[in-house]
Design a protein around this ligand. Structure first.
Ligand code: IPM
Ligand code: MN
Length: 345
């Protein structure tokens, strides 16, 4: 069985972190006999200046017909690309784990939470208008999209070995209709999953509790903009944006990408941290493994994560994390570790 993977190299540090991820996915492909067909689906600033379109039709078609897309960060026109893709392909859940990694400095030692961010609605619909002396934005929240993301969060919590708890983050004391609907729908949806505990937190309190005691969280479900903000905060708490992967999940399609941006300030110097993208590729194999009931994809995900952890605990890291390893060296070292790792019992 072969997998078709759409590849978006993006802008800034995008192409170089992607070049570090290539040997890693090649190593798991060889090791676990997974035939990969990589197809270019580029988008972003470079593509726009060449073709006029930030997200060319062809790239959209490639992503649509792929099993999954692995995406590096896009620059100035990031919103034109990823926000559009999330909405067009109905990638309704954005999964953003924040977890301590061995050897990666964090003020906390027990962070292992997942933010499940609603990914298609909210202020991200871009319904903004100007008038003389002001501007207005409309916020969309529907029961359908909220129930879908809450269901995803519930299943995720049920399958994890933490508190089996979903915390809904909202601001319904002010946004009575939109966040009122969001929190009510989450409450009703999670209640259908008997063994999953449920609580609610206002978004300001959640932002505070994340820096006070992040170990107390299991799965957070929240709306699009709060999820955007809280996932950067959670990533920093767990060790930094350079280590934070994510997955945009829909029924038919999925896109895996780092939480971080295109970091033009360090682009081209072979110093960017490729871990977030490499761990995003592990999330991709895990997602496909579950979806297609394919054990070898799950083994690939485990192998990537173990190899990354093993390197980090040996102090092999890029300069942002206090190491001296280059982007490309890191990628090839992970690949090598996967090739020589002993077979799991
Ligand atoms: C993210 C990014 C995007 C977002 C930007 C690039 C539009 O910050 O994926 O978190 O706001 O969702
Ligand atoms: Mn963001």
């Amino acid at each position: 069985m072969s997998l078709s993977i759409a590849i978006m190299e993006g802008d800034g540090i995008g192409p170089e972190v992607m070049r570090a991820a290539y040997p890693v996915i090649e190593a798991v492909s060889e090791r676990f006999g997974i035939e990969l067909r990589l197809e270019n689906a580029d988008a972003g600033d470079r593509v726009k200046s060449g073709t006029g379109a930030a997200l060319p039709e062809r790239s959209l078609d490639v992503i649509r017909s792929s099993d999954a897309c692995l995406k590096a960060p896009v620059g100035q026109c990031a919103a034109e690309v990823i926000v559009k893709l999330r909405q067009m392909l109905d990638l309704y859940a954005n999964i953003r784990p924040a977890k301590n990694l061995p050897g990666v400095a964090s003020p906390f030692g027990d962070v292992d939470l997942v933010i499940v961010r609603e990914n298609t609605e909210d202020l991200y619909r871009g319904m903004e208008f100007e008038f003389e002396g002001g501007a207005i934005a409309l916020r969309l929240i529907t029961r359908k999209a909220t129930a879908k993301v809450a269901e995803y969060a519930s299943k995720l919590a049920a399958g994890r070995n933490r508190g089996k708890r979903v915390t809904c983050v909202h601001k319904s004391n002010v946004l009575r209709f939109t966040d009122g609907l969001f929190s009510r729908t989450c409450r009703e949806t999670v209640a259908k999953f008997g063994d999953v505990l449920y609580d609610e937190m206002l978004v300001d309190a959640a932002a505070m509790n994340l820096v006070r005691n992040p170990g107390a969280f299991d799965v957070i479900v929240t709306s699009n903009l709060y999820g955007d903000i809280l996932s950067d905060e959670a990533a920093q708490i767990a060790g930094g944006l350079g280590f934070a992967p994510s997955g945009n999940i829909g029924e038919a399609n999925a896109i895996f990408e780092p939480v971080h941006g295109s970091a033009f300030d360090i682009a081209g110097h072979d110093v960017a941290n490729p871990v977030a993208l490499i761990l995003s590729s592990a999330m991709m194999f895990r997602h496909l493994g579950m979806k297609k009931a394919a054990g070898e994809y799950l083994l690939a995900a485990d192998a990537i994560e173990s190899a990354v952890s093993a390197l980090l605990s040996k102090g092999i890291r890029t300069p942002d994390a206090g190491g001296t390893c280059s982007t490309s060296q890191f990628g090839s070292t992970v690949a090598q570790a996967i090739r020589v790792a002993p077979v799991a019992p």
